[in-house]
Each structure stands twice: as structure tokens, then as C-alpha cells.
Design a protein around this ligand. Structure first.
Ligand code: PPS
Length: 646
């Protein structure tokens, strides 16, 4: 029927029957002749698509199975801010290298020195720790730290490297902790070469670490699972990236500023370690430690794994991936660090840490509306939303930074804590304690075979007293309960820290070396600092040395003594350079061409901001996408080109 229901109109609209038959026949003919191949091709494509879908599902379920296996074995991921340094360690004599076998091999001492036991108890009381907590872990800790044998590893690696740059770290007798990046979540990120990104140092002849596994990532993988991962992802290379080999050991440290530094500069009779991974945790004095590492590497022209595109962090809070590191060019290059790398990190008492976090991260959703820390803790159970961005800062931040689930909600918190602890122990050679910063530096110095001067530092990133609050005992207890996982982790490593002091340095020697370190620091403070100490940011004269301010915290900085010059000025300035500025300076030093391109792209962006909105949109979009998408930036090997104005 037609629109108006008239049958005659319907017949007219359809047309004569013959014509209709002809159309159908013609259509069939066309389908069967001219377009036949297209139809066949479409069908083949459809079948292929379906097959790929099925394959995808099968592969996904295989991945899930492996992931589940990891989850069952409680393998964790770490969110790392990694710094690494390396050098061809050829400067020491064979006799010196041999002695490194004696560097800190940890022996189990059954008979605990009475004085040290008292000292530890006193320290624990100061930190609010119940005596004995975590001691049940000591035996295991001893086993694991002994396994690391850092001194021996260094010796083996160094010896191998002296043979014309060829080395085989597999010959080192002890396996170092291993981390595999991206293997669990292959994202298909291929980075293309960005020729200009490769510093000349990266192009020098490289030693091969034939058995070194990828050594820097947030995903801690049990070595026994590595083979199955390799089967799943054959692209996982067996050789370390040759980009890693680069920097030559130009041992030309800046002259110590003050006289009488001979003791501090004394070269220990072992091989200094320069392959280092530092997991930078939050609000734990980590910036001060980073400054130590930066100065050490900077003065010796060592190479750092710096974030792509001059970012300040390796894309935290994302899990670490090798392609976040500037200079890593291909997906195949997954190994950021050699196997003999020394892994360490730092913890802080979660009570004082939370007080600091609450002020610094006041703007995160969890803290935003809280009138006080106590108010937050009282109401947190009802209002805390884990899924809101940045709320991870509010709870068990230590656990989170190490890559663990930071919520206390799991049924068996004790088990979760024990698994976290044993994973950290397996992965790290040394865990420092921020409350015992100077003692930590002595342990670090000994473990790395560095000199006292190498670990001297000024306190960085420190809040002014104006933005500190005194906590009541009740609030402290609430903090411990809220951060129970962190509390357990911290308590354990606080205990093992002192055990390590006993076993390696001994109380008397530790006291002596800490005194030396403090003496050296006060000498340097007198030499370097105008006011002799830290000042509020408003009083920092040189804006290039002003620390980054955030949240409700007032972060203090330093003024250099006027009249300093030459190497002394350089040394003093390095000591007080805040983290962001130092990272940026090292990036420029390692990647001068890229840094210049970034500067010009930033200038361009600034110029664009002055343009009318329509002109601006495209350039700005392009710039943002390149800067925020590392892989795309890599693939394109380019930064936004200057946009011509219409
Ligand atoms: N040498 C030394 N000894 C003891 N404590 C120290 C040291 N250096 C820094 N700090 C304190 O560490 C806090 C800053 O930590 P971070 O540098 O890790 O912070 S950040 O996450 O990088 O922003 C910050 O703590 P708060 O002042 O409580 O916020 C610093 O005062």
C-alpha cells in the first residue's frame, strides 16, 4: 500500500514486474562477477578477525593464569623512582679489587652484645616501637642480606670489565635481585630510535652482560618465573642493553671545600659501587639521599637513568617501565640495570611520616576537607575513597611506593606484612631508616665502598617548624592503626637495621664514624652557608635554588656564602641544589640536544599562549600529546615543530 493506502500507487512505485526481475538478475550477476573477489576478500577478513579475537581471548586467559600465579606467590610491583649510575670500573689495582671480597659479608652473630641490645631497645622506644617486634624476621633477613654479598659481586663485575670492556656478570657468584619490567603487562610500546637522544657516552664500546636480567622496574619477579615469562614473551632479551655500559670513570670529584678533609676523602680498600638503584620513597629524606647520589655521579660523569622528556619522575605513580628512561630506544631494550646493581631504599616512622604527608599533600581528596590530621583519622574509615586520584598518599604510602596494595582491608594483615617484608628483603640489599640518617649513611658508605665525604649532605626538603604539628599520643596510635601495614614493615626493618649495624660496623665504630660525618657536615655548613643553616623559601635569594613548594608545607632552602669560588662554590652549590633543579641539570648534561629541543618547544608553547585561541589549539594539543605520551614522542623522533602563523 502507498502512503495513502491506494493499491494502484503501490504497483507504480514498485515498477513493472519484468523490470524488477531484471534488477535482481543484474544484481546477482554483478555480485557473482565484478565484485566477487571483494566479497571473498571481505569474508576472509571476517574469518581472520574472528580467529584473532579467539587467539586474543586464549592469550589473555594465559596471561591471567600467570598473573594469578604471581599473585598467589605474592609477587609485588614497585613504583620506583630509579636512579642509576655506572662506570667502567678500571681505576683500581687488582690487589684492591681482591680485598673487596671482605666487604660487608654478613655473619650471623648469636651472641648479641649487651650494650647494643640496650641501644636498640632505646632507639626502638624513641621510634615508638615495641621491643622485639620484627625480631622473628631477623634470621630470614640475615640469610637474604648475606646472599647479596655486595662486595663480592662488585669485585666480580669489575674484574670482568677490565678485559677490554667485555664482561660477563653471570660469572659473579651471587645473583642480585631481579626485576623485570613490563613483562607482565606488555603494552606493545615500541620506541623508535631518537638518534639525538643518545648521549655520546651511550655510544662508546659497551661491555656485554650476557646473563644479566633486566634489573630495574617496579615489577618484582621471582627468578624462577622468569623462564615461563620468557616463553610467553620471547622478546624479553637475554642481554643487557648496551646503552648501559657507557660512562667512563672520570674520577675527578670536586675538591672538598674545607681543609682537613683527608679522613673524609680516604679511599676505602675496596671497589666502589656505581651500579645503584635507589627506590625513592616519599617524605623519608629521600631527596637528601638523591642529592648524595647525584653529586657522586655528577662529579664522576656517571650516567643516570633520567626520566624521558625531562620529567621530574619516572612517571610515578605508574609502574616502572624501561621506556620511561631517556635514551632507551627499542622495546627490546628492557634491561635498564646490570645484574650487579646495588638496590637500596629508605623508610621512615609512619607516625612522623604521616604528619609530614598530611601537610604536604593537604590538597588530595582524602585530606582536603579534614580540619586536622586527627579529624581525618577519626572519620577516615567512612570517607576514605581509595579510587580517587592521589588518595594513595593518605595510607600506607611506604607499601604503595614499594608496589604493594596499600589498603589494610585484607583479611590477614599479618600475612600481607610478612609477604611484603620478605619481598623487600629479596629485592633490596639495604634498607635505610630516616630517623637514623647518619647511621644509615655509614651503612650505605660501607656497602657501596664509598668514602665519608661521598655521603655527607645537608638536610633537603625540610619543612619549617611553622608547618609542623605536635601529635598527641592518641593521634599517634590512630596513625599506626591506619597505616598498620607500613607500621609492620617499618618495625621490621628498624629492627634489622640495628642488627646490621651490629653485624657489620659495630657500635663503637658506628659512633666514631657518625661523629666524623657530623663534624664534616658542620665544617661544610660553615664554609658553604650564609646563615649557617636552612632558611624559609622567602629568604632564599637565588631563585634557581629555591625548593619546590607544595601543599600547606613551607619547604626550607639555603643561601650560599658570598665570596665562594671555583670548586668549593660548585661543591657547596651541589649540596644545596633541590631535587627538581638537579634532575633537570643532569638531564641537560646527559642529553644536551634533547634538552635544547625541549626548551625551544616550551618557548614555542609560551608563544602560542599569546596567540588567539584558534591558532593555539592545534599546536598546544600536539605539544601536550608529545610530552605526555613518551612512546609517541619516541616513535616520531621529534618535538613539535614551530607552527607557522597564518
Ligand atoms: N638528613 C635528614 N635526616 C632526617 N630527615 C631528613 C633529612 N633530610 C630530609 N629529611 C626529612 O625528610 C622529609 C622529606 O623527605 P623527602 O625528601 O623524601 O620528601 S619528598 O617525598 O621527596 O617530597 C622532610 O621531613 P618533614 O620536614 O617532616 O616534612 C625532611 O625534613
Amino acid at each position: 500500500m502507498g502512503d495513502d493506502g491506494n493499491p494502484q500507487r503501490v504497483a507504480e512505485s514498485v515498477g513493472p514486474v519484468d523490470g524488477g526481475m531484471w534488477s535482481v538478475r543484474r544484481l546477482r550477476g554483478v555480485l557473482c562477477s565484478h565484485l566477487r573477489f571483494m566479497w571473498i576478500a571481505l569474508m576472509v577478513l571476517t574469518v581472520l578477525c574472528v580467529a584473532m579475537q579467539i587467539l586474543g581471548v586464549v592469550r589473555q586467559s594465559r596471561n591471567d593464569k600467570v598473573l594469578k600465579q604471581f599473585a598467589n606467590e605474592k609477587l609485588f610491583s614497585m613504583r620506583l623512582t630509579i636512579e642509576f649510575q655506572e662506570t667502567l670500573a678500571t681505576t683500581q689495582q687488582p690487589s684492591e679489587r681482591r680485598q673487596s671480597d671482605h666487604v660487608p659479608l654478613i655473619e650471623y652473630i648469636q651472641d648479641i652484645n649487651q650494650g647494643m641490645a640496650l641501644r636498640r631497645e632505646r632507639n626502638n622506644q624513641q621510634a615508638g616501637i615495641i621491643p622485639g617486634v620484627g625480631l622473628q624476621q631477623d634470621r630470614r633477613a640475615r640469610k637474604i642480606t648475606t646472599r647479596g654479598k655486595p662486595g663480592r659481586l662488585t669485585a666480580a663485575a669489575a674484574a670482568a670489565r677490565t678485559e677490554e670492556g667485555k664482561s660477563d656478570v653471570s660469572k659473579s657468584s651471587q645473583p642480585a635481585p631481579r626485576f623485570v619490567s613490563e613483562v607482565l603487562r606488555p603494552r606493545g610500546n615500541h620506541f623508535a630510535t631518537r638518534g639525538s637522544a643518545v648521549s655520546p657516552r651511550f655510544t662508546q664500546p659497551k661491555p656485554q652482560h650476557s646473563s644479566a636480567l633486566l634489573a630495574a622496574s617496579q615489577r618484582g619477579i621471582n627468578p624462577k618465573n622468569l623462564e615461563s615469562l620468557r616463553r610467553m614473551f620471547p622478546s624479553l632479551p637475554r642481554t643487557t642493553s648496551h646503552l648501559l655500559s657507557a660512562a667512563s670513570a672520570n674520577i675527578a670529584a670536586a675538591e672538598p671545600a674545607a681543609a682537613g678533609a683527608a679522613v673524609a676523602r680516604a679511599v676505602p680498600a675496596c671497589q666502589p659501587k656505581t651500579h645503584i638503584v635507589f627506590l625513592k620513597t616519599h617524605k623519608t629524606a629521600s631527596s637528601t639521599i638523591l642529592n648524595i647520589l647525584y653529586r657522586y655521579g655528577d662529579s664522576r660523569n656517571l650516567t643516570f637513568a633520567l626520566p624521558l622528556n625531562k620529567h621530574s619522575q619516572l612517571f610515578y605513580p605508574m609502574y616502572f617501565a624501561a621506556h620511561f628512561v631517556e635514551g632507551f630506544r627499542s622495546r627490546a631494550v628492557k634491561r635498564v640495570m646490570p645484574e650487579d646493581s646495588f638496590y637500596f631504599s629508605v623508610l621512615r616512622n609512619p607516625v612522623s611520616m604521616m604528619e609530614s604527608i598530611f601537610i604536604y599533600y593537604k590538597s588530595i581528596p582524602a585530606f582536603h576537607k579534614a580540619r586536622s590530621l586527627d579529624d581525618f583519622l577519626t572519620n577516615a574509615a567512612h570517607s576514605y575513597n581509595t579510587s580517587q586520584t592521589n588518595n594513595h598518599y593518605a595510607r600506607n604510602l611506604l607499601a604503595y611506593d614499594f608496589g604493594f596494595d596499600n589498603n589494610n582491608n585484607v583479611v590477614d594483615i599479618e600475612r600481607q606484612a610478612n609477604l611484603s617484608i620478605s619481598t623487600i628483603e629479596k629485592s633490596f640489599h639495604l634498607i635505610l631508616i630516616s630517623e637514623y640518617f647518619d647511621e644509615s649513611m655509614i651503612l650505605l658508605k660501607n656497602a657501596l665502598c664509598w668514602s665519608l665525604d661521598d655521603v655527607v649532605s645537608f638536610k633537603l626538603n625540610s619543612r619549617s617548624n611553622r608547618t609542623r604539628q605536635v601529635l598527641s599520643p592518641g593521634t599517634m596510635e590512630k596513625i599506626k592503626a591506619w597505616n598498620l601495614l607500613d607500621w609492620k614493615i617499618y618495625s621490621h626493618f628498624n629492627a634489622t637495621f640495628w642488627r646490621r649495624v651490629e653485624e657489620t660496623v659495630g657500635e663503637a665504630e658506628m659512633r666514631r664514624e657518625v661523629a666524623q660525618l657530623q663534624e664534616r657536615r658542620s665544617q661544610l655548613m660553615k664554609t658553604c652557608l650564609k646563615e649557617g643553616g636552612a632558611v624559609d623559601p622567602s629568604q632564599v635569594k637565588d631563585s634557581a635554588l629555591k625548593p619546590f613548594q607544595y601543599g600547606a608545607a613551607v619547604i626550607q632552602g639555603y643561601n650560599l656564602n658570598p665570596g665562594l669560588s671555583g670548586a668549593t662554590r660548585k661543591q657547596c652549590q651541589d649540596l644545596i641544589t633541590p631535587e627538581l633543579q638537579y634532575t633537570s641539570a643532569l638531564y641537560t648534561k646527559q642529553f644536551p640536544e634533547l634538552a635544547a629541543k625541549l626548551v625551544s618547544s616550551q618557548k614555542q608553547a609560551a608563544a602560542n599562549r599569546a596567540m588567539p585561541p584558534v591558532v593555539r589549539t592545534r599546536t598546544e594539543r600536539q605539544r601536550r600529546s608529545l610530552l605526555s605520551n613518551p612512546n609517541r614522542a619516541y616513535r616520531n623522533q621529534t618535538y613539535p615543530s614551530p607552527t607557522r602563523l597564518p
